[in-house]
Write a protein that binds this ligand. Structure first.
Ligand code: 4NP
Length: 163
């Protein structure tokens, strides 16, 4: 079998944004029948929630959209820098963390850079906002952002796979 292409979604706590990104992107990949060729995972730059499931609001929002919501929180490790082809940061702070820990800059991207509906936006507009301390509708907005960006990310991955 051909080697898998690895996509790692990275946020701060790994209980809200990056698990949702994993579920949304996995759904798209499976719909295209590419699940054998793409390895998808998520992690947090912080370790506060290691071993826990995702935030119940993230689970509710994703389940309502028909997504599978399995998750165990894990923290970023330096091995991830070698094992994944793309390190997708949810916001600029996550990106800075990846770069300062030594990730290769060619692998590190902001999630919303892939959104085909966003062109020429300033960097600050490209953050997926952290919904952790906000109201429940923050999770719905995050889910919409992730859906849109995932479409563009899938095209990018397909081009890299040559399929
Ligand atoms: P996430 O949200 O980075 O989208 O998972 C957060 C969850 C928890 C914390 C911060 C952000 N926290 O500080 O515990």
């Amino acid at each position: 079998m051909a080697e898998q292409f690895g996509v790692l979604f990275v946020c701060l706590g790994n209980i809200c944004r990056s698990p949702m990104a994993k579920w949304v992107f996995r759904d798209l990949v499976e719909r295209r029948g590419l699940e054998m060729r793409v390895r998808i995972d998520s992690c947090g730059t912080g370790g506060w929630h290691v071993g826990q499931p995702a935030d119940p609001r993230a689970v509710r929002t994703a389940a309502a959209a028909g997504l599978r919501t399995d998750h165990v929180v894990r923290q970023l490790s330096r091995e991830d820098f070698e094992q994944f082809d793309l390190l997708i940061a949810m916001d600029r702070r996550n990106r800075e963390h990846l770069l300062s820990e030594g990730a290769h800059e060619d692998k590190v991207h902001l999630m919303r850079r892939f959104d085909p509906d966003i062109t020429g936006a300033h960097e600050h507009a490209l953050d997926v906002p952290d919904p952790y301390y906000g109201a429940d509708d923050g999770f719905v907005k995050v889910h919409q952002m992730l859906r849109s960006a995932s479409e563009g990310l899938l095209e990018h991955v397909r081009a890299r796979l040559g399929s």
